[in-house]
Design a protein around this ligand. Structure first.
Ligand SMILES: Nc1ncnc2c1ncn2[C@@H]1O[C@H](COP(=O)(O)OP(=O)(O)OP(=O)(O)O)[C@@H](O)[C@H]1O
Length: 258
């Protein structure tokens, strides 16, 4: 398919690739509270986008709108040009959006390996039998849970449950990966490993939207940042530009981070 030309593209600049994920005027109201208020941004293929902002600014709600856990009150969300907003969450997962949760959600009655297999069965690229078992073991190895496949999930520490959630999200080979504070709660050595793991996902060309408060991770990992405050986007640009934007400093970072 021919990518659309950006409106301001010069004739010699060549076609700009089409966003893989496009958020267009997304809005979510909970009664009188507008948690996401006319938010628009694009995520390009292979981009790692940081979605940051103060507590309660609407970041998790935005991820819920993308993944289909919530339906937008208004606006449209498209994946590779096809509208996904309004579809049920399982259909959006099949289309290629996978996520981790801020408060980890593993399937407690299944083993570690079967949790990952569930991700493959319900994900974008389905696999079965020996292939899916091999893939699950490879992913468990990758996230630091090698040899733990038979462990009941109830025996995992919180951090290991987070690792498991990432392996499960990757199992279906998603087109877009949503990470909701995946690095929160890690100690300094775990954080270093976690940042390296996300960097490796980026290197292999994954498209990632990362909600994160760990600013070292945002600085070292992200291509671009969108900043939300009270449901609205207040900045969208390179990490360097966004983090030195006076409005972002005022609303989120505080004077000491400026
Ligand atoms: N299901 C819900 N029902 C009612 N209000 C909600 C619901 N989910 C979120 N909210 C409200 O919407 C606003 C945005 O919440 P959200 O969790 O999206 O913020 P956030 O930026 O992810 O915050 P944090 O960084 O603390 O996780 C908050 O005021 C929150 O209380």
């Amino acid at each position: 398919m021919t990518p659309a030309l950006a409106p301001n593209a010069s004739p010699n600049a060549g076609p700009r690739p089409r966003p893989l994920l496009a958020i267009d005027g997304a809005r979510k109201a909970f009664g009188g509270l507008v948690a996401v208020n006319d938010v628009s941004f694009d995520v390009m293929p292979c981009e790692l986008l940081g979605l940051i902002g103060p507590n309660g600014s609407g970041k998790t709600t935005m991820l819920n709108l993308i993944s289909g856990a919530l339906k937008p009150t208004a606006g449209a969300i498209t994946l590779d040009g096809k509208r996904i907003s309004g579809l049920p969450a399982h259909a959006i997962a099949r289309a290629g959006v996978a996520r981790t949760f801020q408060l980890v959600r593993v399937l407690p009655s299944l083993s570690v390996e079967d949790n990952v297999i569930a991700g493959a069965v319900f994900g974008h690229r389905q696999s079965w039998g020996g292939e899916v078992r091999d893939r699950a073991r490879h992913l468990l190895d990758r996230v630091g849970l090698a040899g733990r496949g038979d462990t009941p999930t109830t025996a995992l520490t919180y951090i290991d449950q987070k690792r498991l959630e990432l392996a499960r999200a990757l199992a279906g080979d998603p087109r877009v990966l949503l990470l909701d504070e995946w690095l929160a709660g890690l100690n300094p050595s775990e954080l270093k490993i976690g940042i390296e793991l996300v960097a490796a996902l980026r290197e292999e060309g994954r498209t990632i939207v990362m909600v994160e408060h760990v600013m070292d991770a945002i600085r070292s990992l992200c291509d671009r940042c969108v900043v939300m405050n009270t449901g609205r986007t207040i900045a969208d640009g390179s990490v360097e530009d966004v983090l030195s934007d006076p409005e972002v400093v005022r609303a989120y970072l505080g004077e000491s981070d400026a």
